[in-house]
Design a protein around this ligand. Sequence first.
Ligand SMILES: C[S@@+](CC[C@H](N)C(=O)[O-])C[C@H]1O[C@@H](n2cnc3c(N)ncnc32)[C@H](O)[C@@H]1O
Length: 257
Amino acid sequence: MVKMISERFSAAAETYDRHARPQLALAQSVLSMLPEIYPEQILELGPGTGQLTRLLSERFPEVLIDAVDLAEKMVAHSRERFRRFPHITWLVGDAQTWRGADPYPLIASSSALHWARDLEATLKNVYANLESDGCFVLGMMLEGTLKELHDLRAEIAPEKAVERRLPTYEATKTALQAAGFTLERCKHSEEEILYPTAAAFLKAIHEQGVTGGKVSAGATPLSRSELSRLVADYQDNFAVEGGVTATYETATFLLSK
Ligand SMILES: C[S@@+](CC[C@H](N)C(=O)[O-])C[C@H]1O[C@@H](n2cnc3c(N)ncnc32)[C@H](O)[C@@H]1O
């Protein structure tokens, strides 16, 4: 599973940003939830192409950032892209097991930890990487994300059901508490994003690295005719003026130790 996620995001490294509007909105929400602090060092988990990393380095110029991502190609891509930002160190590692030399005063993550194969174990590891008076700010995609697509897919190919959905809001809060965190603030929202057509929507989520994984794929891929039906039915069922809509359910949490 870890290999699969890292391969999928490595494959999407080149095209991710052009199609990642919901992820950018979540990264901005993560940044806006930060308290008035100026940390000496930051750990970012699952930075991908660096959308949140860029926002963090604008807010905290010159502060050292360790950016740890599972996908080797994503890390290589971002290291090259951010070569003029010597204060950012790009590292390959799994948020569930990676340990810094010393604990960090600030840990941030956006649109990444919902992929964790064991959310509670991952959050426990984040807790261990955090200084005793440090803070952790987390943006998560949640179960309601792409619900229209899931429902339609289940109707078209019920035997090819999606194996695992994203965590729920309640399950995420429970896992955060079990890991030891104190919840300081949170924002839970559901938003509909407009795409020009159903075909453009499916292409966009594929290029975010989202398809082929637990969000929208089952163990067996859809056949060509099932896929055509999915596109046509999505267009019919979810058309609004100007395109089709897709739901994204997200939460942003500010946590302390
Ligand atoms: C959707 S991208 C989000 C990237 C970025 N944070 C953003 O907001 O646009 C998710 C990233 O999380 C990484 N990722 C997934 N599981 C991870 C894990 N267990 N440890 C570290 N990185 C992980 C993926 O490789 C991918 O680069």
